[in-house]
Design a protein around this ligand. Structure first.
Ligand SMILES: [Zn+2]
Ligand SMILES: [Zn+2]
Length: 153
């Protein structure tokens, strides 16, 4: 059965990967840590099960960091050009997070189709807009993401 395969990679081309099918969640993260690691205003992070992710060229370099609750998070990047590819984390160790801008076609991430969660909006830059009526969290995601999200008024 044909699930669509999406390719992506880093700016120098050493790292290439594929993800298969739709992401099971799409996190738009406004935390200060993501602002720093991406060098941007927020992070756009679709997540797939690791079984749907395949590295097709190159080797990811990882940097392990620990969050406030002491759980590990491994940043993955290209050692040659420094592009952030994504990360894995202890909180949900079966998932592969992808920095969406590394997809060859980032427009496959679709707000009408995918489960978007806007997190750490307490630290969003005030010129970024949080869409009304979406799943918005002041801080991080709960461990059980099937909990109904709080809604922005
Ligand atoms: Zn590269
Ligand atoms: Zn973040």
């Amino acid at each position: 059965m044909g699930e669509t395969i999406h390719a992506g990679g880093c700016v120098c081309g050493d790292i290439r990967y594929t993800v298969t099918g739709d992401p099971d969640i799409v996190v738009v993260c406004h935390c200060e840590w993501c602002q720093r690691r991406t060098g941007s205003a927020f992070a756009m992070i679709p997540k797939w099960e690791q079984s749907s992710f395949a590295l097709t060229a190159g080797l990811l370099t990882t940097y392990r960091t620990f969050n406030d609750s002491g759980r590990w998070l491994d940043l993955q990047f290209c050692a040659r050009c420094g592009t952030n590819i994504g990360f894995t984390q202890e909180r949900r160790a079966t998932a592969q997070a992808i920095d969406a801008g590394t997809l060859d076609d980032p427009s496959i991430i679709d707000r009408d189709k995918h489960d978007f969660r806007y997190i750490y909006v307490r630290s969003h830059q005030d010129w970024t807009e949080i869409p009304k009526g979406e799943a918005v969290y002041d801080g991080g995601l709960p461990d059980d993401v099937s909990e109904p999200p709080p809604k922005r008024q």
